[in-house]
Write a protein that binds this ligand. Structure first.
Ligand SMILES: [Ca+2]
Length: 168
């Protein structure tokens, strides 16, 4: 390598390395929109269609028993880029007040029982915040009450980041 080439290349490579390291070390602005209908579903949990749902589809348990002892009926693996606190939201819909409660957890954390503040509309509900290690984790969902709907999930590393009101 000539001296001249080295003079040009070395600062360039240094700058490039710093930029790559910054993007890895200071990874920020992580957010992920997950369609509930893309989850792996147990037979009780089925996909319904509704033009008001993101992607035109939601999931629910249409028949059976209400429960306060949830087991995972819908799961999806997600990968997070860094050891951080992540905030999980779910877009929920309850046809009425007896059909709006759901359960959500991540990995083996305690289940959170949640419901939208009003019935008859889709609403983003904050589920919880989770300290997650870099790598793969599993979002798990279950009904609390029959016919309560999951439309989508939103996972973000920014506590002030609100989920999108329409599908991006
Ligand atoms: Ca959906």
């Amino acid at each position: 390598m000539t001296k001249k080439l080295r003079r040009v290349l070395i600062p360039f490579i240094t700058l490039l390395t710093v930029a790559v390291l910054q993007s890895v070390v200071f990874a920020s602005g992580f957010s992920l929109l997950i369609e509930a209908e893309d989850m792996t579903l147990a037979p009780e949990m089925v996909i319904g269609t509704d033009e008001k749902a993101f992607g035109g589809k939601y999931i629910h348990v249409p028949v059976g028993q209400d429960t306060r002892s949830p087991i995972a009926l819908a799961e999806i693996k997600v990968s997070v880029p860094a050891d951080k606190t992540y905030h999980l939201w779910a877009r929920l819909y309850g046809p009425d007040g007896n059909s709006d409660a759901v359960y959500v957890t991540v990995d083996n954390a305690a289940w959170n029982r949640k419901w939208p503040s009003v019935t008859g509309v889709y609403e983003w509900v904050k589920i919880d915040s989770y300290d997650l290690k870099k790598g793969e984790h599993t979002i798990k969902a279950s009904h609390g009450e029959i016919r309560a709907r999951f439309d989508a999930f939103y996972l973000t590393d920014d506590v002030d980041d609100l989920p999108p009101q329409s599908k991006p």
